[in-house]
Design a protein around this ligand. Structure first.
Ligand code: SF4
Ligand code: SF4
Length: 62
């Protein structure tokens, strides 16, 4: 089984993804963002709202 996990790159810090994530899986950390893999369901909502396409969904084996 595999799931999709958001990977944050080139974040501009607008905060839209944090507010959008239904699982509260995105956390600010050290000036960037971290996606909590055990919470992320791969729904893709964060990637849709990111204005600079900084979030990429990557497939991760379980
Ligand atoms: S893919 Fe969905 S669950 Fe995962 S971080 Fe983005 S909004 Fe949250
Ligand atoms: S929506 Fe995009 S630019 Fe805004 S905080 Fe999230 S990853 Fe960064």
């Amino acid at each position: 089984m595999s799931i999709l996990i958001a990977e944050v790159r080139a974040c501009q810090g607008c905060g839209a993804c944090l507010l959008t994530c239904p699982e509260h899986a995105i956390r600010p950390e050290g000036g960037t963002l971290r996606v909590l893999a055990d919470r992320c369901t791969g729904c893709g909502e964060c990637a849709e709202v990111c204005p600079v396409d900084a979030i990429e969904l990557v497939e991760v084996a379980q």
